[in-house]
Write a new protein. Sequence first.
Length: 417
Amino acid sequence: MNHKLNIVEKAASFEVQKIREDFPILKQLVRGKTLCYIDNAATTQKPMVVLNAIDNYYKSKNSNIHRGVHFLSEAATASFEAARTKVKEFINAKSENEIIFTRGTTESINLVAYSFGRNNLNEGDEIIISTMEHHSNIVPWQLIAAEKKAHLKIIPINDKGELILEEFEKIISERTKLVSIVYVSNSLGTINPVEEIISKAHAYGIPVLLDAAQAVYHLPIDVQKLDCDFLAFSGHKIYGPTGIGILYGKETLLEKMPPFMGGGDMISKVTFEKTTYNSLPYKFEAGTSNICGGIGLGTALDYVSSIGFENIIPHENDLLNYATNELKLINGLRIIGEADKKAGVISFVFNNIHPHDVGTFLDFEGVAIRTGHHCTQPVMDRFNIAATCRASFAMYNTKEEIDILVNALKNVTEVFK
Ligand code: PLP
């Protein structure tokens, strides 16, 4: 009862204009127009608390971590490790040992491909991914598959942009060594039924990696509830800095995996005869970490928690529904990706106007969208198109911004008539 009250109070206190105040970049004019930033799937903007945390770190704590005995080093270490605890709590991992700081989703997936892949793949083994993966969840698997003479199997998607799960059931077998799947598609917006995929894979004893690059800022993530074995995300997609990301892995799996990179911090003892490795999570954090990035990410997670997904989800769903309905009314516009469950992303094309022309035209109106293949070329091939225009929403977007987008698109169709 109390919990419910809390949610109602919080919901009432979600005022998008107040949230926008936290993001200084949103106040600027672009080409003389108010900035309408709807390219959040590429990266999100940063709230003042994150900018202050970065500023404060370099002004008062900058030092190298873990090895120092002096005051600043201890302060930097404490802040960096506190950030690790924040990540652990944010995704409900069991232990800090399961939280590895990386440069981002791409590095996290490569870590699993090289470390887990090298250790577990043999000739003829298979890795399952899907048609809607970002290139960073395709290419690392191609590289390791080529090295180990293993093969990729692909879950296809239907015309709505949803995974065809019956096909997944046909390709999974005792040869499968890992399933690596995107949670929320960055080019279609589809939210995949990851719980179902995980339980089907686990029935064969196969671990599952979730690419949560997009999911992390749209949906609450509970790795214990999901029971995923690995999960990757980037700080910059969840209102944190670039150059920092997370690999979550179950401790039992990480323990068995060899280091991904060698260098300082990841060792226990080095001699020319033999090197022994540091314990988790440091075994996978060779060299000086992005200390400030980790601290900034921790602050970003605090910020998101203070707003609450119970507020973010209804607001973003409202935006998505409103935008979808409005865009459908525009002549010649076709939406790519109409899954029943979607988050934050609308991809669209026009019959006779190239997406890059649309993007350039919108830019003159101060509207920032993304055009291209969005690092998902197999999705473009599936829909027989070269590129899409993509509008993607975050918690600070408004219906007024969607109106600006829609009006600008109507002008585009007039100009190109
Ligand atoms: N996976 C998905 C679904 C993404 O959207 C992205 C980035 O757009 C990535 C992976 C790669 O993220 P990063 O470039 O931060 O490593």
